[in-house]
Design a protein. Structure first.
Length: 153
């Protein structure tokens, strides 16, 4: 058994294509998705920023200061973001399905916090849900929960 564990780690360490992700990578990946949704309608207001920070606090149990730090780092990185897939792949490898649904619900909360649903926002959320391999029925439930129309079961 010990030899299997050792060979597993040796394989990871010797394979340059293998990427290990720490908690900061996961937080940053989630924050980047939240910020992309915030930017989707090209109109950013304080409610959206607060919604992203609150989402980070809820998802990762961060303090106000920690969530603001992650937000600022992600906001800076979002300027150079090329593909959603590089971040959703991190989340797919590290999050359980229930955690991805919680993230999706928080993404919807960012969308709805300004009382407007822009078509670009909705399109982006659909794209994120597909990249996270979330079923359409769960996509709809997360949306309804975020709007407060359905309670979590």
């Amino acid at each position: 058994m010990l030899s299997k564990v050792k060979s597993f780690f040796d394989g990871i360490l010797n394979d340059p294509g293998t990427v290990l992700h720490d908690v900061d990578d996961i937080r940053l990946a989630a924050a980047l998705l939240l910020i992309e949704v915030m930017h989707a309608d090209h109109e950013i207001d304080d409610r959206e920023k607060v919604a992203v920070i609150n989402a980070l606090k809820k998802l990762f149990g961060l303090s106000d200061e920690e969530a603001k730090d992650v937000f600022e780092i992600a906001e800076e990185r979002a300027k150079d973001m090329i593909s959603l897939q590089q971040y959703t792949s991190i989340l797919n490898r590290t999050l359980e399905p229930a955690e991805k649904l919680t993230l999706l619900e928080q993404i919807w909360r960012v969308v709805f916090c300004d009382d407007e649903l822009d078509r670009y926002e909705e399109h982006l959320v659909r794209q994120i849900a597909e990249l996270l391999y979330i079923r359409h029925s769960d996509f709809i439930l997360a949306r309804l929960r975020a709007k407060g129309e359905v309670r979590r079961t």
